[in-house]
Design a protein around this ligand. Structure first.
Ligand code: PAF
Length: 281
């Protein structure tokens, strides 16, 4: 595996590979890799000649009171995981390399941002689309792999690819879960032992909701209450949101019908966890 810290060096190598007809698969991450990321890498490995993994904790997508400084980082461990899973190029730039001057031009996500995480994390998705635009331009992948745990991010990246005419196929990869159902996340390390036990209720609530829908419930308020009550009764976490929208449009719905996302965010003392299920009725 080759490690690139400089944009120019990676660009030169990518051009060489593309000129020799190689297909590039790209997995963008913020590091502290877990099985969810490994699944993205495996999918890219199976589809591509060259797998590029980026590790960059992007300051633009963190709010002033969010966890940019304390976001978990362990580059040595990440390098080992990358090698074990067949990554060819690891792109690991510094903040100064990615943003050498105060940025004059950034991208803005105008749509799909006033719901779910975008509502409580104002500006977050502008930071995401800006860095992903830069990464797409640097890596020029044929395919890019994103996890559906961040389903709103996936929906917005679909729009970015379409609106900015990137010749890139977005590959959506299903959420990877612990054996008890908790969605894998770099932020799970922040949970205390008791919070870790309670956090399983996030996935359980989503399953309860799906069970109710399968039994004929089609009122979204009833479904949302069911989820809220379960989280409030069984965890010490504070609900940030429980919402249901059409997917990937993220529009309000009047009844449980069509392709939908049921999404949850819960704040524990040091971790804000998100999870969702996408269903088609
Ligand atoms: O999903 C993430 O880890 C980040 O939002 C991404 C796509 C790497 C952009 O910084």
């Amino acid at each position: 595996m080759r490690i690139f810290q400089k944009i120019k060096d990676l660009q030169v190598e990518i051009i060489k590979q593309k000129l020799s007809g190689k297909k590039i698969g790209f997995v963008p991450t913020m590091g502290f890799l877990h099985e969810g990321h490994v699944e993205l890498i495996k999918r890219a490995r199976a589809d591509s000649d060259i797998v590029v993994l980026s590790i960059f904790v992007n300051p633009l997508q963190f709010g002033p009171n969010e966890d940019f400084d304390s976001y978990p980082r362990d580059i040595k461990r990440d390098e080992e995981i990358a090698v074990q899973n067949g990554v060819d190029f690891l792109f690991y730039p510094t903040v100064e390399e990615m943003y050498p001057t105060k940025t004059t031009v950034t991208a803005i996500a105008n749509n799909k941002v006033n719901v779910l995480c975008g509502k409580s994390r104002v500006g977050h998705f502008d930071g995401v689309v800006t860095v992903v635009t830069k990464l797409f331009n640097i890596v020029q992948p044929n395919k890019a792999y994103f996890g559906l745990k961040d389903a709103q991010q996936v929906a917005i990246i679909h729009s970015l690819i379409e609106d900015f005419n990137f010749p890139i196929e977005l590959v959506e990869v299903p959420t990877i879960r612990e054996v008890d159902g908790l969605a894998k996340s770099s932020r799970n390390v922040y949970l205390s032992d008791s919070e870790r036990n309670e956090a399983v209720e996030i996935n359980r609530s989503l399953d309860l909701a799906i069970e109710a829908i399968n039994n004929g419930e089609n009122n979204n308020d009833v479904i949302i209450d069911l989820i809220r009550n379960n989280i409030e009764d069984k965890t010490s976490g504070t609900i940030d949101y429980v919402e249901i929208y059409s997917y990937p449009e993220l529009q309000n719905i009047t009844e449980i019908k069509g392709k939908l996302i049921i999404a949850i965010a819960v704040k524990f003392s040091r971790a804000r966890l998100i999870d969702n299920k996408i269903i088609e009725i």
